[in-house]
Design a protein around this ligand. Structure first.
Ligand code: C2E
Ligand code: MG
Ligand code: MG
Length: 572
């Protein structure tokens, strides 16, 4: 008897502590038991006696107001008919709460039905968090538009739909003609405000079944299903004109922007996602060549210039190189100016030509194309993986600095990928440094900030590459929590002969020091420059005078990728 009482006490404590609302009714629909969570969720006054009442009486004692009483009222606490299986019902309350309802039949030890058990759960918070996560994963933080990730998904989906229904999809690409000038001259705050404003204007022209996305920087895309040529013309006109009409006041000046817009249509111009993107991009360049502030539909007869042809084929070459182990790395030492000791190596990617593997293609030729097509993400991940593996194999390498394209900042998984690889190979995070290119960092300041923060949490050093190439470099240095700045080669080459550059470099060092950041000078090509940099208190130097980038630096020889590379070369 006491055992039974104990068990009963334990059970009722458990049911009483649960967040889930429980209502047990007998086979003739009379309440046998309810727990406190049930009365809480249904806003039934404390002390109301429910035992013995039927479902309708229980509902009548609830102070809840349903958002859709007609439709949901009929299904609440309705028992299943013979053989009927009721799934989870979502009940939306007028006060915004979302409650789920489930019913289970209960049998006694002989398998005879004795009643039903109702379960209710308030899922408002959980659902809001899930919605918020989805929102963050598929939205651009600055403008609130869809991001590139969601855009790619939608593009794939719309093309698959169009293929099935034999319909068309138009892809519109545009960028802002003078955006970089505004960003450099008036600072990122003006640039950001301008992007938000322009996005707002264009959003007014876009309909609900169309997808409007920011792909990064000042690049935007719109996907339009099932549209006639005439409607497309009207839309393109409206978008370019609405952007050109924006007047923007900043620090007493009136600024305006124009855009260049390119259109490619599935299946008229391309029969797959990659080609459609490439064609819209080409059309955008055709609009720029036509004098900017214009739009163009893709025209294959204009797509014969060497540049256009190579833009398309470069994508194939990059893909081929990634799949066939034709990407390669070179390393260049970065040395302390004080005692010329090695600080770390910068890792520089090269691509071997597919027809002649001894020909090295330099990054200047393929990185810009890879940034446009998104393949840069694969390149950056490959370089990271190889570098981390080398750090694991050759313990004597102090650190490797890897270049990361600004295009990778909005890839939310990249910092996590870096952390995972470091852990997997057992490499101390401080041995990996990341160089961010300044120009891209500026146009996506918020993404850059998040990216830097995540890298710091992992324990990696971060430096800002090509520092000084935008006029406003100093202004945003304050907002980017990098550890060091790498002064662009533009200011370093011929330093002893260029008095203006000497002033610039001194100013950059003063500001960087004031913000507790170290400085590195790249493209140091002679002894005089190095001596001068040392006298300006620049911390580290890198350049042909000290060492050219090479694949087989003596300090790196323990790495298996070098052994393999040598073997490959011998066999070819
Ligand atoms: P960066 O990061 O500013 O790299 C410095 C560039 O200057 C390298 O060119 C290097 O070879 C070159 N350099 C080094 N010392 C001297 C010198 O004394 N004189 C001169 N004139 N040049 C020197 P590279 O390797 O052609 O790389 C060009 C750019 O491509 C890099 O600029 C970087 O932005 C990008 N890049 C290189 N590797 C990668 C990579 O793995 N991933 C990404 N995302 N970008 C990369
Ligand atoms: Mg670099
Ligand atoms: Mg640089």
């Amino acid at each position: 008897m006491t055992r039974e009482q104990d068990e009963h006490a334990r059970l009722s404590a458990l049911l009483g502590a649960m967040d889930m609302g429980i209502l047990f009714v007998s086979h003739d629909d009379r309440v046998v038991y309810s727990n406190p969570a049930f009365t809480r969720i249904w806003m039934i006054a404390p002390g109301t006696r429910l035992i013995g009442r039927n479902s309708q009486e229980v509902l009548a004692s609830s102070a809840c107001v349903l958002a859709r009483p007609e439709e949901q009222g009929r299904r609440m606490l309705r028992l299943p008919r013979e053989g009927e299986i009721l799934g989870t019902l979502e009940i939306q309350m007028a006060d915004g709460r979302l409650v789920t309802q489930q019913v289970h039949s209960v049998e006694d030890v002989y398998g005879r039905p004795v009643g039903h058990l109702w379960l209710f759960e308030d899922v408002t918070r959980a659902r809001q968090t899930a919605d918020q996560l989805i929102y963050l994963a598929e939205r651009d933080a600055l403008t609130g538009l869809y991001n590139r990730h969601r855009f790619n998904e939608e593009l794939g989906r719309m093309i698959a739909d169009a293929e099935r229904h034999h319909s068309r999809v138009a892809l519109l690409f545009y960028d802002l003609d003078e955006f970089k000038y505004i960003n450099d001259t008036f600072g990122h705050r003006a640039g950001d405000a301008m992007l938000i404003r322009v996005a707002g204007e264009v959003a007014g022209q876009v309909r609900r079944n169309e997808i409007f996305a920011r792909l990064g920087g000042d690049e935007f895309a719109i996907l339009v299903p099932e549209i006639s040529d005439e409607m497309l013309r009207v839309l393109a006109d409206r978008i370019t004109q609405s952007i050109a009409q924006v007047r923007f006041q900043f620090e007493g000046q009136s600024l305006r922007l124009t855009s260049s817009l390119g259109i490619a249509i599935y299946p008229d111009h391309a029969d797959n996602v990659e080609d459609l993107i490439a064609r819209a991009d080409t059309a955008m360049y055709q609009a720029k060549e036509a004098g900017k502030n214009a739009w163009r539909t893709y025209r294959s007869d204009l797509d014969t210039t060497q540049e256009m042809v190579s833009r398309l084929s470069w994508n194939d070459r990059i893909l081929h190189a990634l799949e066939n182990h034709l990407m390669d790395l070179q390393f260049q030492g970065v040395y302390s100016t004080a005692d010329r000791s090695l600080s770390h190596f910068e890792v520089l990617v090269r691509m071997r030509d597919k027809d002649d593997a001894s020909v090295l293609v330099m990054p200047g030729q393929f990185i810009p194309v890879a940034e446009k097509s998104g393949k840069i993400l694969d390149i950056d991940r490959w370089v990271l993986r190889e570098s981390i593996q080398m750090l694991a194999e050759v313990k004597s390498i102090p650190a490797l600095a890897v270049n990361i394209s600004g295009r990778s900042f909005d890839e939310p998984m990249l910092p996590q990928y870096i952390a995972e690889q470091l852990k997997r190979y057992g490499v101390a995070p401080r041995r990996l440094m990341v160089e961010l290119t300044e120009t891209s960092a500026v146009s996506d300041l918020h993404d850059a900030q998040r990216f830097i923060e995540a890298l710091h949490q992992t324990g990696c050093g971060v430096s800002l590459d090509d520092f000084g190439t935008g006029f406003s470099s100093f202004a945003y240095l304050k907002h980017l929590q990098v550890d060091s700045v790498k002064i662009d080669g533009l200011f370093i080459r011929n330093l002893p002969k260029r008095y203006d550059n000497q002033l610039f470099v001194k100013a950059m060092v003063t500001v960087a020091r004031g913000l507790h950041k170290t400085t590195i000078a790249e493209c140091v090509e002679d002894e005089d420059t190095l001596t001068m940099l040392k006298s300006f208190d620049v911390d580290c130097a890198q350049g042909y005078f000290l060492e050219k980038p090479r694949a087989d630096h003596p300090l790196l020889l323990g790495a298996s990728r070098l052994k393999n590379a040598n073997m490959e070369l011998r066999f070819t």
